[in-house]
Design a binder for this molecule. Structure first.
Ligand code: ATP
Ligand code: MG
Ligand code: MG
Length: 381
């Protein structure tokens, strides 16, 4: 029986452990905090990701290492590869950790991207704003998540405020300025590549964010098939270029029928949580199959699915549990503003049935605004 080591003990590690149990996989989680929520289901090594003693103990007890947390220092990932198999490989991880490196790779592969420029000082910021035009977004190159480490620049008059907010990060994690994409939709491709190069994607997902945090995901996205094929082709190119093993998500903006790549998440992804109940094989199980060198499972969808994220605190479970296709996930985390504490997935045979289920749940929980854009999209279908 193999033991999979997971760096990072959040909800992604927790769902990997839950989905891996039927495969007979054992887990060991490493996290800097002892109360990480995956620790409720898997033994833990508590330690900083740069702590060699903790890393050495972790490595000695596992057969293969993978990540729930994309910002494990690349040096620690490389150190581990000398002791144990690590998937995805540290080069893939390192590329996806740095917005400049990932956007440069997208461009090299011919995948369209918004205009972008690296920013090392204030003068470069002014020049880049002039070049990209406004609106635009200043982001940290590394360590950002859930929209943190970003400043939206509406006009060149905002340059001072943007520099006040993020300028100090230029020497620490680097900065990048990106043109603002007036997209109609945000999409993601969740994809998996096996050790043998076998590649699969789940049906394309449409995503809605509130304050930079994912709020809802709908699959399959209501889209022309040619667009979905293009998105999957981009994901395949990236997987091959990075010799990627495991699950990843490619986030895309869709503007006037054109796809622009935003970022690559080198791990199982929030926009793929619907696959637990909505697909033949979930992203979590396929990630484990990939890193263990097992055959990949079918990514075929079972009906239509919508995932709703619970941010801050868990709502009442009853309205979701009362739905025939309602599924509840409570991550067992302490409530905290802005924190992802759980999600629900509603699954239905038809677009109409999904739409009415969303309406019932939205009304019962006072979450009409969260479900409204999804219902509107389903009604267009
Ligand atoms: P995640 O939690 O997905 O890792 P993140 O903090 O890495 O998020 P991004 O995905 O870059 O950040 O941005 C968060 C959200 O902000 C995007 O999903 C999108 O809604 C918006 N956004 C980011 N960049 C742009 C852009 N260039 N143009 C328009 N909107 C953008
Ligand atoms: Mg990100
Ligand atoms: Mg993102």
């Amino acid at each position: 029986m193999s033991t999979v080591g997971i760096l990072g003990g959040g909800q992604l590690a927790r769902m990997l452990a839950l989905e891996g149990a039927p495969l007979g996989v054992r887990f060991l989680v490493m996290d800097a905090v002892a109360d990480a929520c995956a620790g409720q289901f898997a033994p833990m090594v508590v330690g900083d990701y740069t702590n060699q003693t903790a890393l050495a103990e972790f490595a000695s007890r596992i057969d293969v290492a993978t990540f729930d947390f994309e910002n494990v220092p690349a040096a620690s990932a490389r150190w581990l590869t000398e002791r144990v198999a690590v998937y995805p490989n540290p080069r893939a991880l390192g590329t996806a950790q740095d917005r400049l490196a990932e956007k440069t790779l997208f461009r090299e592969l011919g995948i369209p991207v918004p205009p972008f420029a690296t920013i090392d000082n204030r003068a470069q910021l002014d020049a880049a704003i002039a070049e990209a035009g406004t609106p635009c977004i200043l982001k940290t190159r590394r360590l950002g998540y859930d929209g943190k480490g970003q400043f939206r620049i509406r006009s060149s008059a905002d340059a001072d405020a943007a520099w006040d907010a993020l300028g100090a990060q230029a020497d620490k994690v680097g900065l990048i300025l990106e043109g603002f994409v007036a997209f109609q939709r945000e999409l993601s491709v969740v994809a998996v590549r096996g050790r043998d190069g076998e590649f699969r994607t789940w049906p394309l997902t449409e995503n809605w964010h509130v304050d930079g945090v994912l709020s809802a995901s709908l699959a399959p996205a209501v889209l022309p098939p040619a667009l979905a094929e293009t998105a999957c082709a981009y994901a395949r190119q990236l997987a091959q270029a990075l010799d990627y093993v495991g699950v990843f998500a490619l986030e895309l903006f869709c503007r006037d029928g054109e796809l622009l790549a935003n970022e690559l998440a080198p791990r199982v992804h929030n926009s793929g949580h619907w696959t637990i109940e909505g697909a033949e094989t979930s992203q979590f199980q396929n990630h484990l199959r990939a890193v263990l060198g097992l055959p990949l499972g079918s990514t075929r969808m079972v009906g239509h699915a919508c995932m709703l994220n619970w941010v801050g605190a868990m709502p009442d479970a009853a309205p979701v549990l009362a739905e025939p296709g309602g599924h509840w996930h409570d991550y067992g985390k302490e409530p905290r503003e802005g924190r992802k504490v759980g999600h629900a997935t509603l699954r239905a045979e038809s677009v109409d049935a999904l739409s009415t289920a969303l309406e019932r749940v939205g009304n019962a929980l006072g979450r009409e605004a969260q479900v409204a854009p999804v219902i509107t999209r389903l009604q267009d279908a």
